[in-house]
Design a protein around this ligand. Structure first.
Ligand code: KIV
Length: 258
């Protein structure tokens, strides 16, 4: 049985933490699902595997392609798919079209949209009214990298208040959960206590209702990680060593053995 958006809301009420990670392909998605990850995000952080420097160049077609592969590898986790930059900000019609394609063509259960400013809240409310589950995302929003940089948000009283109000407006618009990215832990705690939907933190302290990280950071595959990521294993090192060993054996005639 697949995890539902309603289940995540129940887990908040029960105080059960939500475990979330990103996946961009079938193999990793299958491993995460078998390892018991509750929510898999087909994040626009997939830009790193496509060699883009930011999330901005990513297209809806690229996201659909990867989300279909993830879907094939998952039977339990809830799959949420990021709508890429400028595939939802222009109008309600554009957002409806993009989110609709994600749900119809990939089999994912929900979409994630960045931002909690009034025009975005209106777009999200319309998606929710149309039966499309939406996850919000406030704080550091990487699609606004050229405005915000990648620094922590919500450090001044005014900015913290803005982020809190955005989170409240998104809950009222009907999102089932909100990602809080790179904001002070006290602000994330305050938002988490104010909302009845679960908050999923990334660089937002330990008091969110769940945590998400980018899987390539967790596995040590990324060339560099954000300061809040934890690297649980170093696959860059492991892969380099294995490939060098293979290369040496081929050159020395040791592989294959006969
Ligand atoms: O794209 C992504 O991986 C994300 C997470 C950082 C939450 O949006």
């Amino acid at each position: 049985m697949s995890i539902t958006t309603q289940r995540l809301i129940q887990w908040k009420q029960q105080g059960r933490s939500i475990v979330a990670l990103t996946a961009w392909d079938y193999a990793i998605a299958q491993l995460l699902d078998h390892a018991g990850v509750d929510l898999i995000l087909v994040g626009d952080s997939m830009s790193v595997v496509l060699g883009y420097e930011t999330t901005l160049p990513l297209t809806l077609e690229e996201v659909l392609h990867h989300a279909k592969a993830v879907r094939r590898g998952v039977s339990r986790a809830l799959i949420v798919v990021d709508l890429p930059f400028l595939t939802y900000q222009e109008s309600i019609t554009q957002a409806m079209h993009s989110a609709g394609r994600v749900l119809k063509e990939t089999g994912a259960q929900a979409v994630k949209l960045e931002g909690g400013y009034p025009a975005m809240v209106e777009i999200i409310a319309r998606l929710v009214q149309a039966g499309i589950p939406v996850m919000g995302h406030v704080g550091l929003t990487p699609q606004s990298v050229h405005q915000l940089g990648l620094r922590q948000q919500g450090r001044t009283e005014a900015d913290a208040e803005r982020i809190l109000q955005e989170a409240i407006a998104l809950e009222q618009a009907g999102v089932f959960s909100i990602v809080l990215e790179h904001i002070p832990a006290e602000l994330a705690l305050h938002i988490t206590q104010k909302l009845s939907i679960p908050t999923i933190g990334i660089g937002a302290g330990k008091d969110c209702d769940g945590q998400i990280l980018v899987t390539s950071d967790v596995l040590g595959l990324s060339a560099k990680q954000p300061p809040f990521a934890k690297v649980y294993t170093n696959l860059r090192q492991t892969i380099t060593k294995a490939v060098e060993e293979y290369g040496m054996e081929v050159r020395e005639g040791k592989f294959p053995e006969s």
